[in-house]
Design a protein around this ligand. Structure first.
Ligand SMILES: O=C(O)c1ccc(O)c(O)c1
Ligand SMILES: [Mg+2]
Length: 620
């Protein structure tokens, strides 16, 4: 796949954009006219810079309102076009994007549209340039690629071709099968964008909410298949109008863009596709461990929460100040080393999750996929006798270890040979259910893309949750078998719990960890008896539960006595129990799922309100 991106997609000056685009690995860039107009560089200088950076100028765009102009404006339009052709010569661009006319006074007469496009093609051809015609979803008369293709086909001029843009076609639900009618040599360029499903006018949707392939809801796989099927071998160019991206870091957005095109290449929602040389996504088989960085004092506080939840310290690391805590299938590692990444983490954030170990069948294959997606590897010097586990950088600079599933027992035995207490034998054993990561709203889509491009994971629909201090966006990524689940949260509201976390924690990170159990009442009783501080849920909530679901008063009483929350989806049931936050940052949750697949979104506002009651008054 030849990759390109429109300069409008990212932030900064034109030079900075082009540098970020080249550094991210793109082979080409579309120069958006406004970026050129606002640059102090001449078109020649911009062209020279692009060549120096190794970037093909894939398009100059857009040229608006060309076809079907009334007689008195027609000559003026072609004069304007000639001026832009001059500019393209200086820039070194061969193709110009002409988008369908949006003017209220544009003529509908097909003969006139054909004549105007033919005239533009003739003028372009004389200069060895080409015109690509794109149907905007909000075009006055041409708003569907089938109509645009019909015009291009009928003009039948070598200097006139079609430009397909996934947004315009898929926002209008134009069937992708219609792409089969397009002749590949007539398809000059393919522009790619995803978008969330929103019920709004096309123009606002397109100008503000486009996002990278995989981040939204458009059926891009079928669309891309149809394009590949006709034998198109030109550039795939991202064109993302998004306010968040244009306010973000140029290099971060460019890297995400590159990653998203690679993801599309292999199929966003598909199992492995045979794209040669593109490593496939690994199935995440489970969370093997969660590692906390902590000082000794913090480690004691953490232990005071872990014990009542049923965890026991079972072994010490062979050489480091690191302890393994265990229960059921769940492993927590507490790292109190005075140097290395964990220590830096503790210094910056305070006690917190510095690493997560994900079990995969083949860590090297997972690493190859990470490389292909330009996900940063992390390498730290290890002692010669230490078990080597590859890792990449995850949320907030924490690590994601890629643990070989078949050898976890050997890894634990080798790394933690000094026994402490025996692993708990009986009781309401817990396993890991999900990990909630909180981040800035601006980086939310980036981490979503990170997970779905690295692992065979799918995303759930985005939900908005009402925190008493503002709205929180939440979305989960999960493996097919549900063994690995992350929920991602971000908020623009400065005082929401999510935003307070990011401020107080100095960055994105794990905000809570949920453990699954098969008897929530027993697990909650054990936690309470062990002295865990729990999150108090108001009586009003329980009255409503009884009314809403018609639950037996006795069951509701048992939940109320333990501050257990409840949700239901058809016959599926979900029970949740929350601890107070450890060090005002990380908290734990116990859940019992009875065929329930979600995360209790209906209860989240209740939980957030309960947590907001503990918000220190000095930040009010
Ligand atoms: O929003 C626009 O005007 C616009 C311009 C050029 C494009 O290629 C496009 O898809 C949209
Ligand atoms: Mg476009």
């Amino acid at each position: 796949m030849k990759t390109s991106i429109a300069t409008v997609s990212i932030s900064g000056t034109l030079e900075a954009k082009l540098q970020a685009i080249a550094a991210a690995g793109f082979q080409g860039a579309e120069v958006f006219e406004n970026d050129l107009l606002s640059s102090p560089l001449t078109a020649r200088e911009i062209g020279a810079l692009m060549r120096e950076l190794g970037l093909a100028c894939t398009l100059f765009q857009p040229f608006r309102d060309l076809e079907g102009m009334p007689d008195d404006l027609r000559q003026r339009t072609f004069d304007r076009l000639e001026r832009k052709f001059d500019l393209m010569g200086e820039l070194g661009a061969r193709d110009v994007l002409v988008c369908s006319n949006c003017q209220p006074h544009a003529l509908a007469d097909r003969g006139r549209l054909l004549a105007d496009l033919a005239e533009a093609a003739e003028r372009a051809g004389r200069r060895d340039l080409r015109v690509g015609y794109e149907a905007l979803a909000w075009g006055r008369h041409v708003f569907d690629h089938r109509e645009a293709w019909g015009l291009v086909r009928d003009v039948d001029h070598p200097a006139l071709g079609l430009i397909l843009d996934s947004f315009h076609s898929l926002a209008r639900a134009v069937p992708s099968s219609s792409i089969g009618d397009i002749r590949p040599e007539k398809l000059f360029m393919v522009q790619v964008a995803d978008a969330p499903r929103l019920d709004m006018d096309y123009l606002s949707w397109s100008r503000h909410f486009r996002c990278m392939p995989g981040q939204g809801d458009l059926p891009l796989d079928d669309w891309a298949d149809a394009i590949r099927r006709i034998g198109y071998d030109g550039f795939w160019s991202l064109e993302i109008f998004n306010d968040r991206f244009r306010a973000g870091s140029a290099s971060g957005v460019a890297t995400d863009g590159y990653r998203s095109l690679r993801l599309l290449e292999g199929g966003i929602n598909r199992p492995a596709q045979p794209v040669p040389a593109l490593p496939t996504r690994s199935e995440p088989l489970g969370v093997e461990f969660i590692e906390f960085a902590a000082s000794h004092a913090e480690a004691e506080d953490l232990a005071a929460m872990l014990r009542p939840l049923g965890f026991v310290p079972t072994a010490r690391h062979r050489s480091k100040d690191v302890t393994r805590w265990q229960q059921g299938q769940a492993n927590i590692v507490i790292n109190c080393e005075q140097e290395g990444l964990a220590h830096s983490f503790d210094m910056v954030h305070g006690a917190s999750v510095c690493a997560i170990g994900i079990a995969v069948a083949d860590p090297q294959a997972a690493l190859a996929r990470a490389d292909a997606m330009r996900i940063e590897r992390f390498e730290q010097a290890i002692a010669p006798d230490e078990w080597a586990v590859p890792s990449v950088r995850g949320v907030g600079g924490s690590l994601l270890y890629l643990v070989e599933a078949a050898t976890t027992q050997a890894m634990w035995a080798h790394e933690f040979p000094h026994p402490l207490e025996p692993a708990p034998a009986a009781g309401p054993a817990l396993s890991l259910d999900h990990i909630a990561q909180t981040m800035q709203y601006e980086e939310f889509l980036s981490w979503l893309l990170f997970y779905i491009s690295l692992f065979a994971m799918r995303k759930t629909p985005q939900v908005e949750i009402a925190d008493p201090m503002g709205l929180v966006q939440s979305q989960a990524v999960e493996s097919a078998n549900g063994a690995v689940r992350f929920t991602l949260n971000g908020s623009l509201a400065h005082q929401s719990l999510s935003a307070r976390f990011v401020q107080n924690y100095f960055g994105a990170g794990v905000q809570h960890i949920a453990f699954a159990c098969d008897d929530i009442f027993a697990a909650a009783d054990r936690a309470i008896a062990g002295g865990v501080e729990r999150l108090a849920i108001p009586a009003n909530y329980y009255e409503d539960l009884e009314a809403r679901w018609g639950l037996a008063p006795d069951l509701v009483q048992r939940m109320a006595a333990r501050d257990i929350l409840y949700d239901r989806d058809g016959d599926a049931e979900y029970f949740q129990f929350y601890t107070r936050a450890f060090a005002r940052r990380v908290f734990f949750e116990l859940v019992e799922r009875r065929d329930y697949g979600g995360y209790g979104a209906a209860n989240a506002p209740i939980r957030l309100a309960a947590q907001a009651r503990h918000k220190p008054q000095f930040i009010d």
